[in-house]
Design a binder for this molecule. Structure first.
Ligand SMILES: [Zn+2]
Length: 419
């Protein structure tokens, strides 16, 4: 209690325990001596109160806006609106760590910092409603900051789960943003120099079911993002947004927190398909995802199967030693269906290539039946049959456009057939 001085506290404790004030005083002095000056008198009194089994009276609760430098032994409560990542430091050869968070009540907000073992003792999450007892208020860079005093405690009163912000709802100049999404594309990281400082940035595309956005991770966060793969689902806390070349962009600065998560986000294909527009064949651009719709006007000649790595599905090379995969090294082969068709809409026609299950879906034949047919009459005859059977069949295809390096023509690679 801030308004009780030492003498008043001692007589209060004496009254509560039936001991004399002198006895209490000597208990307190013994504590102070034992901790050879590291313990304040207030801290010693608190320990004595605890040892005597006195229930700690509820501390005076102060509104965040009323906190003043030098206040101690009080409590505050509020909701955690941002949690910053753990920072490790080395001070005079001693390693330590700290974690800060922002506590908000109806009157204002304040930064709270946990030091060393407190970091693990009090795991805090954005959205937690907490009471912090026995705090200290200090000034740090002219800003009030709260730390836990001796025996300070954080009690979680209510765990409100904060839903990540939908990517489509991000607006320019937001701070303490939390999002959940799948990494769709990673762009090559870059080193940069700005004045004296050198830095690094990694940009990537992040998607949820609402949108695909551009994100950039800076410096140590760039190193963290580099470890993730396209397709990984991540949760990001404490990012900020800025208007950029690609609309509202997400930035991961020094206070951003990146976590891998098992929370569900639709698959890469689902996400892309949902956010890709239907285009006329003439309007498709190299490297761009699109959905196209048209009729089959012919089937291209080919073997209908090619050999891939049985582990990862990538192309493999046959050597005298066996099969080699760029990804997996020595491996075993697997046959994978392949098919190219010419698709036409009212704007143009384009060569479309299908692989794997999409081939079978496009022609409406099961894999073992297709294999049997090829064994029986050969691939050339099967293609002739297909040319008759599926001529003018309508297909709606999600995929991307590329330029054939031999012919220079636009081609379409199917990623999925849309029913
Ligand atoms: Zn492989």
């Amino acid at each position: 209690m801030i308004d009780l001085n030492t003498t008043e506290l001692i007589s209060q404790i004496a009254g509560q325990t039936g001991k004399t004030p002198e006895e209490i005083k000597s208990l307190i002095d013994a504590k102070v001596q034992k901790f050879s000056g590291l313990l304040t008198e207030q801290g010693a009194i608190y320990m004595v109160q605890k040892e005597l089994g006195l229930k700690q009276e509820t501390m005076e609760q102060i509104a965040i806006n009323d906190l003043k430098e030098g206040m101690k032994g009080i409590e505050i409560k509020g909701e955690i609106t941002a949690v910053f990542p753990v920072k490790e430091f080395d001070k005079n050869g001693k390693k330590g760590k700290l974690r800060s968070f922002i506590l908000n009540d109806s009157t204002g907000e304040v930064r709270v910092t946990l030091w060393n073992e407190q970091v693990d003792q009090f795991p805090v999450t954005r959205g937690n409603e907490i009471i912090i007892t026995n705090i200290f208020v200090k000034l740090y860079n002219d800003t009030k900051q709260v730390t836990l005093g001796f025996n300070g405690k954080i009690e979680i009163k209510n765990k409100k789960e904060i839903m990540p912000t939908k990517l489509a709802e991000l607006k320019s100049a937001m701070s303490s943003v939390g999002v959940l999404g799948r990494i769709m594309r990673k762009f090559p990281c870059k080193d940069f120099e700005s004045g004296e400082r050198k830095g690094k940035l990694c940009s990537f595309q992040l998607a949820d079911e609402s949108a695909i956005i551009r994100a950039t991770a800076w410096n140590e966060k760039a190193d963290e993002i580099e470890k993730y793969n396209e397709g990984d689902v991540i949760e990001i806390e404490n990012a900020y947004t800025k208007e950029g070349r690609f609309g509202v962009e997400l930035h991961l600065g020094y206070s951003a927190d990146i976590k891998e998560t098992t929370k569900s986000v639709p698959s890469q294909i689902e996400l892309l398909k949902d956010q890709t527009e239907l285009k006329k064949i003439t309007d498709t651009n190299e490297g761009e995802n699109a959905v196209i719709e048209g009729k089959i006007i012919s089937i291209e000649k080919g073997n209908l199967f090619y050999t891939v790595c049985s582990k990862c599905g990538k192309k493999i090379t046959s050597t005298t030693e066996g099969y080699l995969c760029d990804n997996c090294g020595e491996t075993t082969p697997k046959k994978n269906p392949v098919l190219s068709i010419i698709l036409k809409d009212d704007s143009a026609s384009i060569k479309v290539s299908f692989f794997g299950k999409n081939v079978l879906k496009a022609i409406g034949i099961e894999e073992n039946i297709l294999e049997e047919k090829i064994n029986l009459i050969g691939a050339e005859k099967v293609i002739e049959e297909l040319n008759e059977n599926i001529f003018e069949k309508k297909l709606k295809i999600f995929g991307y456009t590329k330029i054939n390096s031999f012919s220079g023509n636009k081609e379409f690679i199917a990623r999925e057939l849309i029913e």
